[in-house]
Structures are given as C-alpha cells and as structure tokens.
Design a protein around this ligand. Structure first.
Ligand code: NAG
Ligand code: NAG
Ligand code: NAG
Ligand code: NAG
Ligand code: NAG
Length: 823
C-alpha cells in the first residue's frame, strides 16, 4: 500500500519536473521556440512550443490517415488536436514548410519547389511580422516592430475545439463569425456535418446544426448558465468561468480557466456529440465532464410546437402538450411521432384594447427557442407581463436573467411559437398565455379542463395499455404454448434447447455479466424480445441448492414487485440451472454511480433519491410484504438494475441461498456476500438475518449519494458519519450531482436537509449491532415521511475491511462478483 503510493508520487514528480524543465531545456538548445520570425521556417518534424510548454504546433497525420496537416495540439496529449490550418488541403508529402512570406503572411508550402501554397493566413500586408504560439494555444501574427496589434490569430478561425480564451459568436462591427465545425471523421479534419454556432438572434444560445438542420440547443443564456444545462454551473465551479458578451460591438460566448484548474477543452465530435473534456494528470486521460445531447428530450423540437418533453417519463410518453393544448395529430402521437406538436384547445380572446386571457406558469423548463423572440433586458418581469398582456401576438413570456434571485429580471416575449421545450432540473419558469376558461380551475369548468387537457393523453394512454396488454397476452400465450408448463410453479420451465437457441449456445459474444454465482448472457426470444439469461455455476452450487432449485424458483416467481426484477422462466436439466429475467437496457446502478462523469451526471439528486426509495421498497417487500420472509443476502449496486426510466429493479434475490448452507458449520463458514456490503455479524460469524440486508442497503444508500465505493481499502462509513456529525453532508455528495445553484437559496437548504436526513437513515442502517438497525419497513417510513423519527446513529465500526480476518476462498468468490449483473 505504502509502496504503491510512493510509486505514484515518484511518477508525479518526474512528470512535473519534465514539464517544468523540458521547455526551458529545449529553449536553451534553441531547437524549440514559441516564435516564428521572417526568414525562418518550420519544416515537417519541427515544432513551435508555447512558452509554458502546454501547446505544440507542428505537422501531424490524424488517425490512420497518411496525409499531413499543420495543427496545434496539447503537448501532453498529441491526439488532442485543437486547431488545424489546412483542413481542406492536406499535403500528400512530408516536405511541408510553414514560413512567413514577403507580404508578411503565414504560408504553408508543400515543399515541392514550385512554391505551391496549401494554406495561408490572409492577414493584411505588413513589412515585418512574427508568429508566436501563445500559452493559451493561440497562434498570433504581429508586427515584429513591437506593435501589439494582432494582424491575424488562429482563435479567429476555430476548428472543432473551443479552448479557454476563445470565443463563439459574432463581431458586429466586422461581421466576422466564430463557430466550431466537426471533423469529417477521426482520420479526416476536413469540415464535417456538424456545426456549433452561437445563435445571436434572441438570447445567446449555443446551437448544434447538422447539414443545415437544427439538432440540439443548450438553451438561452440566463446570466448564470445556459438554460438547458444547469449542471454546468456545478461542474465548472473550480474549472472555468463562462463569459457571455452582449454589446453593440459583439455577441459572444467563451470561457476562461480558473487559476490552478486542469487543462480543459470543449469539442464537437464528428458524431455530433458535444463534449467538455478535462485532463486528469494522474491517469493521463481526458475525463468527460459533460456530454450533449444527453437524452431523447435534447433532440431539437422533439415534441413539436407547444409540446413539452419529459425525459423521466416512461419511454412511450416522453412528449406531452403544454396545459391548454392537445396533440395536433393524436394518431401520429399514438405512433410516438410528436413532431407535429400541439394545438390550442380554446382560442385566446384578445381584442384591440382588452383581453380576458391569463397566464399559466410552466415550471422547471429549458426555455424555448428564442430565435424569433423579442428581448428586453432593461425592464422588470412585471413590466414584461404587462407588455405581453398588451400585445395580442404575445404567446408567452419569461425572465431573461435569473441573477439577483426572486423572479429574475428582463423580458423575453415569444410571438411565433413555443418550440423545443423540455423539463430540466433547476429549470426556469415560462408564463404561458391561455384563454380565461383554461385557467379557471375552481368551478364547473374543471371538468372541461380535465377533458381537454388530460383526456387526450389519457385516451392515448388507454390505447397504449390495450396494445401492450394484447402484446403481453400474445407473448404469454407463446411462452405457454411453446414451452411445457410445469404446474408446480407459477413461472414456466423452458428446455435447455430453447435457452441455447436464445443465447447462441451460451456463446462468449453474448456474455453481459460474470460473477460468483454464474454468467449472464443477453438472449433474444424468437419473438424478438430481449432477455437476460443467468447460467448458474454448477461447481459452486451446493448439493442442497441443486436439490432445492425448483422450490426456490417457485418462491422467486411469487415475488412480484415494481422494484424487483421479474423472473420470466427457468431451466433445470441435468446439472444445468438457468434463470431467465427481463432484460434491462440501462444496466446496473454501479455503472452510473462509480462511472465516468458523463454517466454520473445522468443520475441527478432526484433520480438518486428515487432509486434509494425504490430499493428500500423492494427490500421491504422481500422482507415483509410478500407473505414470505425472503432475505436477499447479496444486495449491492451491481444487483440493482435500472429500467428505461431509471427505476431500480433488484436482481438476484434468493439466488445466494442456493450457494450457502443455512446452518453454517463453524469449521466451514461459507460467506457469499461481497466484502464492503456484508454486515459484521455475517462476515465474522455467518449469522444471516433480515438485518444483514438492512446493513447492505445502508452501504448502497451511502454509495449512491457519495459516488464512492465502500471497500476493503477505503471505508466510506466512518467518513460519512464524521461529515454528518459535523453538519457537512454536502461534502459527502457526489460532485457530479447537479446541485441547486443558489447556495443560500431555499432550494439549497431544503435539499441539504433532505440529504442530511437521508444520510442519517443510511448510517442507522449500518450500525454495528443488528438490533440498532431499523427494520426495512421502518426505513421506508423514514424515507417517505418527514414526520417519522430517525434515531441518532453511532459511529459505524472499525469493521469494514481493515480489521477483518483474511478473506476465505468463498468470500473471494463474492469479491469477484462485481459485475454480477443481469443487464
Ligand atoms: C527553410 O529554411 C531553411 C534554412 O533556414 C532553408 O534552407 C530553406 O530553403 C527554407 N525553406 C523555405 C521553403 O523557405
Ligand atoms: C494530394 O493528392 C490528391 C490525389 O492523390 C490530389 O487531388 C491533391 O491535389 C494532392 N494535394 C496536394 C496538396 O498536392
Ligand atoms: C381597434 O381600435 C381602433 C380604434 O380604437 C379601431 O379603429 C379598429 O377598428 C379596432 N380594430 C379592431 C380589430 O377591433
Ligand atoms: C423564426 O421565424 C422563421 C421565419 O418566419 C421561421 O422559419 C422559423 O421556424 C422561426 N423559428 C422559430 C424557432 O420559431
Ligand atoms: C407586438 O409584438 C410584436 C413582436 O414583438 C411586435 O412586432 C408588434 O409591433 C407588437 N405589437 C404592438 C401593438 O405593440
């Protein structure tokens, strides 16, 4: 352990001194400089290096291409090319030369002797110039006589990367525009299909275009972040400061690095994905801090005009209509095509001088496209409302700037249409103009409203349900038709032949998970449905487990709960024991909470809380709700699968039992639970009770909130307790969880209270003494009702890895079980 740490430190020191010393050493040798002067040139193989060593300019060939390009890249990561000069005119030869011409411009010659110019910098004439690669990665051409006037700079001609100090947008004096264009492919820097542009009409909004079609908007700038991307304000806290300029001379967006921050870049990939990448020096890799589009609702105008997209809704119903609107084409909506949008149920009533219309507040949204909206940042929101009331073309209004809190300030007025609206965490409020009758919820018109606003979606839902039911019945019919039904169980038994057919004869290419109990394969039924097939390890099944298999399957099959993974069928033939489950496309919880920042970002605070509640409900059901008393025995994040809408489904309940003896013989203690999740009494004495599951749940809860693993090397539990005890629970929270940003605002305190309570419940679950842990039903009550009492937890013990006896072989079996998921 100590040795490993020293090793890392040494590497750090070496790397550190390399970057401190190397540039100077090179400079002293005069081989590398940051400046190209008239009369000199840079041939293929030579480079310019910025004074602090961060950036390098030179010739390169991208990916598998043999063509030569002149570019600028990060010295630590030559693959991270941030600018390319001759994107459209690659050199076929390695004789390229960058020089300064007699006219004082940069020219890239192919070195053929014919003086063929592949690229030039197009700057105005100057007698004597020099080009310098600055520490920000900008290649700047200046008058060599000492004038500070910039004649030309690479930052004015962006490629696919926005570096700190660069800008996107428009110079209103010169008409110059700055935007990013993706490469055509990783091997070809020529301009590809995607362009990222600052929309300067309306409120500044960063828009991704694909061949002239709008694909993805970050949302209008609200003074603090782009309305559709509130999480940016969290992950950028110590990294960068956004700079949005709206002035008579310029409308632009850019950002600068904070002091001491790691290297960062924002890039448009050839696939149309926008990424914020941050260099992690210890692992020498680029970490993804943000990736967009994030989900289906980020697709531009997904739900059409006056539609509203909800990414947390079940996959069949992402799209809804704004209040007072219903689908323009219900038939198309039923087919999941919502692009036609919604139409108004009751016309607005707005005359020359008076109107009876009012406003409904649509909360928590990314504001609609402001391209055709009118903006006035100089008035208050109240004045904005009055302006909207007075103008019959006004369809909606919102605050333009949320700085200063309250309802914000400034005014955006939409007159053309409400397009590309979606829910986001910490979204803004949109005031939607509706006819009086649509707002009048109090009286007899309530039914009307219900009919118009809710009935349409409901009838669509009913149609969907009937369809689903029909499909389900057909499937069920198929299974019971094709597969001999075993009357003793409520779940069909399938023969091995069919299982093999579904999994390509248990082919290696179908493996999606591997663990102590078995290998999980992805399979496909003849009707196309995806299944997860778990083939239990024959060698480790106990004799009793083999014998009891059918009985245990019967128990599992009777367990039906929204938070339990459903067992569809099983197979028991010869020595084969196979379990067949629903296939979960979002895989398991561990992949997100312990994943890279992009995956972590996908589970925000609300989603994580929802997942914790779901797991608690599922376990409480196993313990008390099913009429049986089932101990899960192996609860951990890989066994928590996530469905399309990130609802948790607990897997593997009951399976562990097949691998352990109920009455442990002291000489041959068989412990299956993975280290980190095993309660002390089980790890030490093999005592398996319901309270062991409570303990594992507490660990899962704390891991889900913190994004940190409780393992043999690092015990999360005492750490969590200390932070909780000191009232610093916010430091426990995974930094990748989007926080409400008003640090002192009401949202924040409310969330902090909620978090503190949740952590306290988790700590109570991991108390050393089983009798001090609450029953699972009590945990559910504590989580759902603020009025139920939560006791004060003691500091959880030294147990948790360090002072445990050596792991037994059977425990190591559990330890390898980290990917034991059914996804
Ligand atoms: C580049 O510079 C070298 C020496 O400094 C010179 O011999 C060569 O002709 C130059 N090439 C061009 C294309 O200017
Ligand atoms: C490189 O080769 C391609 C085809 O082989 C040709 O079209 C292109 O003009 C050449 N480029 C240069 C700069 O010579
Ligand atoms: C609006 O009012 C003006 C005078 O106040 C009148 O001439 C005009 O006809 C009115 N228009 C409508 C559409 O009512
Ligand atoms: C803005 O107006 C133009 C021209 O009428 C129209 O083509 C475009 O769809 C409108 N955009 C939005 C977002 O409303
Ligand atoms: C209403 O608003 C639109 C869009 O801002 C504007 O073009 C129009 O002149 C306004 N009408 C009145 C009467 O102010």
């Amino acid at each position: 352990m100590a040795k490993a740490t020293t090793g890392i430190c040494l590497v750090d020191v070496i790397l550190f001194s390399f970057f401190l010393v190397a540039p100077r050493a090179f400079a002293a040798a005069a081989a590398v400089t940051d400046t190209l002067r008239g009369g000199r040139n840079i041939t293929d193989g030579e480079t310019l290096v910025s004074a602090d060593g961060t950036f390098t300019l030179g010739f390169f060939s991208p990916g598998v291409s043999a063509k030569r390009y002149l570019g600028i890249w990060f010295t630590v990561s030559p693959d991270a090319v941030c600018w390319v000069a001759n994107r459209d005119s690659p050199l076929n030869v390695t004789s390229g030369v960058l020089a300064i011409s007699d006219a004082g411009i940069l020219v890239l010659l192919d070195g053929s002797g014919g003086g063929h110019v592949a690229w030039s910098s197009n700057s105005p004439y100057a007698a004597s110039v020099e080009a310098r690669l600055s520490n920000s990665g900008n290649l700047v051409v200046r008058d060599a006589s000492g004038s500070t006037t910039t004649l030309w700079q690479s930052f004015d001609h962006p490629s696919n990367t926005l570096l700190p100090g660069m800008k996107m947008g428009k110079n209103l004096w010169t008409g110059a525009e700055w935007d990013l264009t993706s490469w055509r492919s990783p091997d070809d820097p020529s301009p590809g299909a995607y362009r990222r542009v600052l929309d300067t009409s309306g409120i500044p909004d960063v828009v991704l275009w694909q061949d002239g079609v709008e694909r993805y908007r970050s949302g209008p700038w609200n003074g603090r972040w782009f309305s559709g991307n509130p999480e940016a304000a969290t992950y950028t806290t110590n990294l960068i400061t956004f700079q949005v300029t709206v002035s008579p001379g310029e409308i632009s967006y850019g950002y600068v690095s904070k002091p001491g921050a790691p290297l960062t870049r924002s890039v448009v990939l050839d696939t149309g994905v926008v990424k914020r990448l941050v260099w992690e020096a210890t692992s020498r890799t680029w970490q993804t801090y943000f990736q967009g589009p994030r989900d289906v609702c980020d697709a531009y105008a997904k739900c059409g005009a006056f539609g509203l997209c909800d990414a947390n809704a079940p996959s069949t119903s992402f799209c809804g209509c704004l209040r007072g609107f219903s689908p323009t084409s219900p038939a198309a909506w039923a087919m999941k095509d919502a692009s036609g949008g919604c139409r108004r149920n009751v016309p607005l009533r707005c005359g020359n001088t008076t109107t009876t219309d009012g406003f409904a507040l649509v909360q928590g949204v990314k504001l609609p496209d402001t391209h055709n909206a009118s903006v006035d940042t100089g008035i208050t929101v109240e004045e904005c409302r009055a302006r909207c009331v007075a103008n019959c073309s006004c369809l909606a209004y919102a605050a333009a700037d949320i700085r200063g809190g309250g309802g914000g300030s400034g005014c955006v007025i939409w007159t053309g249409g409400i397009v590309d609206l979606r829910y986001v965490d910490q979204g803004q409020g949109l005031f939607l103009r509706l006819a009086e009758s649509e707002l009048d919820e109090g009286r007899s018109r309530k039914f009307m409203l219900w009919k118009t606003v809710i009935a349409a979606p409901i009838s669509a839902t009913i149609i969907m349900l009937v369809l689903l039911l029909a499909i389900w019945c057909r499937r069920k019919h198929k299974i019971s038709e094709g597969i001999p039904h075993n009357p003793a169980t409520t779940v069909p038994s399938v023969d091995l032949q069919k299982v093999k057919a579904a999994t390509g004869n248990f082919s290696q290419s179908h493996v999606i998970g591997q663990g102590g109990f078995g290998i999980v394969y992805k399979g496909q039924l003849p009707d196309g449905r995806m299944i997860a097939v778990k083939r239990l390890h024959q060698s480790t099944l106990t004799k009793k487990g083999k014998k009891d298999f059918t009985r245990e399957v019967e128990v599992m099959a009777r367990l039906r709960h929204g938070n339990l993974l459903r067992l569809l069928a099983y197979c028991s033939e010869g020595s084969e024991r196979v379990l067949i489950y629903d296939y979960m496309s979002n895989r398991s919880l561990d992949l997100y909470i312990f994943g890279d920042s992009g995956l972590r970002l996908m589970l925000n605070w609300r989603k994580r809380l929802g997942i914790i509640h779901g797991i608690a409900n599922g376990i409480a059901y196993l313990h008390e709700g099913s009429g049986e008393c089932v101990i899960h025995r192996d609860l951990k994040p890989p066994n928590v699968l996530l469905d399309d809408s990130f609802r948790p489904k607990i897997a593997d309940f009951g399976t562990a039992k097949l691998f352990t003896a109920d009455q442990p013989e002291p000489s041959n203690l068989t412990v299956v639970v993975s280290p980190g999740y095993a309660s002390p009494e089980y790890a030490w004495r093999g005592e398996m009770t319901l309270k062991c599951d409570v303990y594992s749940f507490g660990v899962v809860l704390l891991e889900t909130l913190s994004g940190q693993r409780n393992g043999p090397m690092y015990s999360l539990l005492p750490h969590a307790w200390e932070l909780w005890e000191q009232g610093r629970v916010m430091s426990l929270l995974d930094a990748m969880i989007g926080l409400p940003l008003s640090v002192s605002g009401p949202d924040h305190t409310e969330m902090e209270d909620e978090l503190a309570r949740c952590v306290q419940i988790g700590l109570l679950c991991v108390q050393d003494a089983p009798e001090e842990r609450p029953a699972m039903s009590a945990v559910v009550a504590m989580l759902t009702s603020k009025s139920s009492r939560v006791d004060r937890p003691k500091r959880p013990g030294v147990h948790g890895g360090r002072s445990r006896p050596p792991l037994r072989e059977s425990e190591l079996l559990g330890a390898t079980d980290i990917d034991d998921d059914l996804t």
